[in-house]
Write a protein that binds this ligand. Structure first.
Ligand SMILES: CC(C)(COP(=O)(O)OP(=O)(O)OC[C@H]1O[C@@H](n2cnc3c(N)ncnc32)[C@H](O)[C@@H]1OP(=O)(O)O)[C@@H](O)C(=O)NCCC(=O)NCCS
Length: 150
């Protein structure tokens, strides 16, 4: 597996992965996804195998009173390429990018029923720090996970 940063021409392949991985109400719109990947305060990592995109992940950051705080917008791996460590490597790349921005912490929302994602985050040192009611839609709460960076 090869890992590299997003380029503008990657967008159709990236959004095709979003369409495979998420259904309404979890799916980002094309417009929102485009805003995310071109933002000056975000980095998108791509995983590819023999020039085929197999996954991607996006981290954003913002300056807050406590310092720079990073937020994982999404992490997605095509079904045929899961359980190979791609998600974990993308997550490590996001953390590296957040570290490079001087982030003191990194956090995310995850569907309470998304066991695969929760296991991945916990394995990499993320701790549950609460939940956001009605986050995805009415009565669809998200768990909040946080990791402090050094
Ligand atoms: C969550 C997601 C990104 C995980 O991606 P992944 O590439 O499968 O993650 P990893 O391979 O790093 O880890 C998953 C499992 O594979 C196992 N694994 C990792 N490398 C392995 C290897 N070489 N051989 C066998 N198993 C391996 C890990 O131990 C882990 O197992 P676990 O079930 O015991 O935790 C993926 O399931 C996905 O895209 N889901 C849909 C989108 C989504 O929900 N994203 C999260 C949004 S918050």
């Amino acid at each position: 597996m090869h890992y590299r940063l997003f380029e503008a021409a990657d967008f159709p392949d990236l959004y095709a992965i979003e369409e495979v991985c998420f259904q309404h109400p979890y799916r980002f719109t094309r417009r929102y996804m485009r805003q995310l990947v071109v933002a000056s305060n975000s980095v998108t990592w791509i995983a590819e195998e023999k020039l085929k995109m197999t996954g991607f992940a996006i981290v954003e950051w913002a300056e807050q009173a406590a310092g720079v705080i990073a937020y994982i917008a999404t992490i997605e791996v095509l079904p045929g390429f899961r359980k190979l460590g791609v998600g974990a490597e993308l997550l490590r790349r996001l953390e590296g990018s957040a570290n490079a921005e001087g982030a003191v912490a990194i956090w995310l929302h995850v569907d309470l029923e998304n066991a695969a994602a929760i296991r991945l985050y916990e394995r990499l040192g993320y701790a549950n720090s609460g939940r956001a009611e009605n986050f995805y839609a009415r009565n669809r709460p998200a768990a909040i996970y946080v990791k402090h960076l050094v």
